[in-house]
Design a protein around this ligand. Structure first.
Ligand code: IMP
Ligand code: MG
Length: 182
């Protein structure tokens, strides 16, 4: 029997399924359970990194049972559509991180430059604690060292879309995660 591989076309590029919605759901629950245990008696602030982190954050927050708050920040990395550039612009929204237990919620850690920039920025306001949750990570792509406490899936240096991640702003709404179909 021939299995049917889910495919999608975004702009000029074709993508095929890599991580399914079911696998993602399971992983989000695992991460939420760890947070529920690690932050007993606290009220952590999930800091959603727009735009990519919004889908993961919206699923994660609904699996958290200990009580938490939400905040947003935007990190825009400039460069071509498939590679990180090493230049990140942050946009704040009257954020107040002082004395709070902050968990940064990201879509993917690639070179690590974006998350390093965010961590350094947030540390300036003296949060009570600061950790990172990312649904995806590409360890082989790392050029700066960063500590990511909650990682969903470690993947090779593939370009991926879906579940918040885009190719030139397309594909963020996809429920599964896709890779290039070459
Ligand atoms: P870093 O600064 O190199 O770690 O890149 C982080 C940002 O680059 C992420 O928040 C994404 O917006 C984007 N990015 C990195 N890898 C991918 C990918 O495979 N697909 C889509 N966006 C990506
Ligand atoms: Mg992006």
């Amino acid at each position: 029997m021939r299995s049917i591989v889910k495919k999608v076309k975004l702009h000029d590029m074709s993508f095929k399924i890599f991580i399914s919605e079911e696998q993602i759901k399971g992983k989000v629950k695992e991460i939420a359970n760890r947070i529920n245990n690690d932050y007993i008696g606290k009220n952590p602030t999930l800091l959603v990194v727009l735009k990519g982190g919004m889908i993961f954050a919206s699923d994660l927050v609904r699996e958290i049972t200990i009580g938490c708050s939400l905040d947003i920040i935007r990190a825009k990395s400039y460069g071509n559509e498939m590679e990180s550039s090493g230049s990140v612009a942050l946009k704040h929204f009257d954020n107040d991180f002082a004395n709070k237990d902050i968990i940064i919620v990201e879509d993917i850690i690639d070179t690590g430059f974006t998350i390093k920039t965010l961590i350094e920025d947030i540390q300036k306001q003296n949060p009570a604690s600061l950790e990172v949750a990312s649904i995806l990570s590409k360890p082989e792509a790392r050029t700066v060292k960063v500590d990511v406490k909650y990682t969903g899936f470690e993947i090779p240096k593939y370009f991926v879309v879906g579940y918040g991640l885009d190719y030139a702003e397309y594909g963020r709404e996809l429920k599964d995660i896709y890779i290039l179909d070459e």
